[in-house]
Ligand binder design. Structure first.
Ligand code: GUN
Length: 376
């Protein structure tokens, strides 16, 4: 059984090329993890997700505990088997989703009590129960329960949530070890909080580093602050984290956010953007974003990107995609999601190659120019 380990293979400036080994395979970093909230990357077959180049997908404790239930997934052989994804799975701990989706939330030191957005039933999520659920699902990479607050928020409020998250980090680690996570090759991440307050970010990162997690996630960003604030927080936080552990920026982001965050030393990302935007008629390409709803595509025989390896980008005209989007056809969601995930993965592969060859600065410049030039 492989242990959860990270190997740093090359650096270029602050950017890092590495490999993360889990019991279900090797994750090439920098990595983008498609979001599979309900045990499915929406509108995609798992084989297709794999073919775009994904090494890991993300599942959600909050959704899966409510439906179909973690104990049921465990009885049915675990999440890998249940969703037919034999590669690495990362799960979020649930706190973030409780805050955005559940009703009648009540948070205290013990955990968070809430009503399900599905049927109003009451549930309690504690750090220990979150780890138990992630273990039942069989997640290779697990997250501590934390409290993420929206920005802007007062410094007192940010400090309170960060210190509560530190307290929950300790309890999560004890539970993870008691449940034998490390023996199953699983890894647990602590989550850095601290909002937009540098001193709180540093305090959080130092305290978590001292607890010695398998990896470190950066939470509480891309929650309403401008991009330069987010990047500033990364520049403050990352030097406080150990170099021999992976760093995961949670819930980020646009292709540009990802490029700029890799430049500052982030290794892993997840975001609903490529999948959600794909279901709303938006394509991400080398030439920037293309809104297929726009009437200017109605007579355009060109594919999204004739040079792409992805059939969705290469083999269907913009006119046809425009038609599918306007007609509300399921195939528009399937093709655009596929295109977007393939584009995100090609961006990650390009960055990995550039870091390995010491050409990241050139790659960054060319990629930014491509987006700025547009698709004509
Ligand atoms: N997803 C995006 N941001 C966060 C965060 O701060 N915490 C957790 N648990 N998940 C997230």
């Amino acid at each position: 059984m492989s242990r959860y380990t990270y190997r740093l293979m090359a650096t270029d400036g602050m950017a890092r090329r590495g490999e993360l080994t889990t019991a279900h395979g090797v994750v090439r970093t920098p990595a983008f993890m498609p979001v599979g909230t309900q045990g499915t990357v929406k509108a995609m077959y798992t084989d297709q997700v794999r073919e775009t180049g994904a090494d890991v997908v993300l599942g959600n404790t909050y959704h899966l505990m409510l439906r179909p239930g973690a104990e049921r997934v465990a009885r049915l052989g675990g999440l890998h088997h249940f969703m037919n994804w034999p590669h690495t799975i990362l799960t979020d701990s649930g706190g973030f989703q409780v805050m955005s989706l559940a009703q009648l939330r009540k948070l205290d030191d013990i955990g968070v009590r809430f009503r399900s957005h599905l049927d109003g039933a009451e549930h309690v999520l504690t750090p220990e129960r979150s780890i138990e659920i992630q273990g039942l699902l069989g997640a290779d990479i697990q997250m501590q329960l934390d409290e993420c607050i929206r920005l802007p928020a007062s410094e007192d409020e940010v400090a309170r949530a960060m210190r509560l998250s530190l307290h929950w980090a300790e309890r999560s680690k004890v539970a993870f070890e008691a449940m034998g996570g490390p023996d199953k090759g699983q890894g647990l991440h602590g989550i850095v909080q601290g909002g937009d307050v540098k001193s709180l970010r540093v305090e959080s990162a130092r305290a978590l580093s001292a607890m010695d997690f398998g990896g470190y996630s950066i939470g509480g960003l891309a929650v309403g602050e401008p991009q330069d604030v987010m990047l500033d927080m990364l520049e403050t936080t990352l030097p406080e984290l150990p170099e021999d552990k992976p760093r995961y920026l949670m819930g980020v982001g646009t292709p540009e956010d990802i490029l700029e965050s890799v430049a500052r030393g982030i290794d892993m990302f997840d975001c609903v953007l490529p999948t959600r935007a794909g279901r709303h008629g938006l394509a991400y390409t080398r030439f920037g974003k293309i809104n297929l709803k726009n009437a200017r595509h109605a007579d355009d025989p060109r594919p999204l990107d004739a040079d792409s390896d992805c059939p969705a980008a290469r083999d269907y005209s913009r006119a046809y995609l425009h038609h599918l989007v306007k007609a509300g056809e399921a195939l528009s969601m399937m093709l655009l999601t596929w295109n977007n995930l393939a584009y995100y993965q090609s961006l990650m592969a390009g960055m990995r190659e550039a870091i390995s060859t010491g050409t990241f600065a050139d790659f960054r410049e060319e990629t930014l120019q491509g987006w700025a030039k547009g698709d004509i």
